[in-house]
Design a protein around this ligand. Sequence first.
Ligand SMILES: NC(=O)c1ccc[n+]([C@@H]2O[C@H](COP(=O)([O-])OP(=O)(O)OC[C@H]3O[C@@H](n4cnc5c(N)ncnc54)[C@H](O)[C@@H]3O)[C@@H](O)[C@H]2O)c1
Length: 256
Amino acid sequence: MGKLEGKVAIVTGAASGIGRASAVLFAAEGARVVVADVNVAGGEETVERIHSAGGTARFVRTDVSRSSEVESLLATSADAFGGVDVVYNNAGIAVFKGVADTTDEEWHRVLGVNLDGVFYGIRASVPYLRRRGGGSIIVTASVHSIATGPDIAAYAASKGAVLALTHAASLDLARYNIRVNCILPGAIDTPLHWANLEAVGDPEEEARKVREAEPLGRQGKPDEIARAALFLASDDSSFATGGAFPIDGGLLARLM
Ligand SMILES: NC(=O)c1ccc[n+]([C@@H]2O[C@H](COP(=O)([O-])OP(=O)(O)OC[C@H]3O[C@@H](n4cnc5c(N)ncnc54)[C@H](O)[C@@H]3O)[C@@H](O)[C@H]2O)c1
């Protein structure tokens, strides 16, 4: 029996990278999965992969930076599958600029997806999870929630804020048996990661530097984050709330 048998799970940003890997794994573990993303082709491909493996999923086009779309994502998911148990707020974007060069538009765009989107996702989930007697909310934060570098100011600010929001929400929602945890991925091999490397310099050379900085000597794979998300989604983590789990190859532990 799968770890998410009988559960309904929503995964945002599930057209690519970490979100896709999580949606596929959740479905393989028995969940009925709602794939949410702005990328229609990528979202439909994720659903196709789940169907080919014998799972159940549907795509709902959702821009998480719009409150009304997130509200309707929750309503559509509950209508389609009879309720919602797990909400994984994973969608994210980055702008690779320092604080002095970031425009108002870039700042609001990044915070709109990475922070407002998570807030809308958590708030909209509450009535649905309460109806099930509880549930699990997961957030993809980042190592940038804790420590960052130059030229990624808005992203770092958004990821620091979602860590604080995870703490706050876990306290507000514990009374409803709703657990809220975040994952802090290190360098994970996804399109977003490669966009970061390209922004810094020659991507292959930058990737080599990243591998050198990682105590485990390599980038992570999306599935390695998905497995942490599965733990937090399932009853295996029944006593975990308000937690921030680094899955970073040792990056945050390293002084230099
Ligand atoms: N890859 C890494 O190294 C890394 C490290 C730490 C944290 N993260 C975080 O992991 C999460 C997933 O990123 P990824 O690396 O898989 O990147 P990715 O680019 O492969 O996937 C991100 C997905 O989010 C979707 N998205 C963007 N804006 C959206 C919006 N407004 N509404 C709905 N969906 C939207 C994109 O279409 C894409 O499918 C992000 O929150 C990112 O910040 C990634």
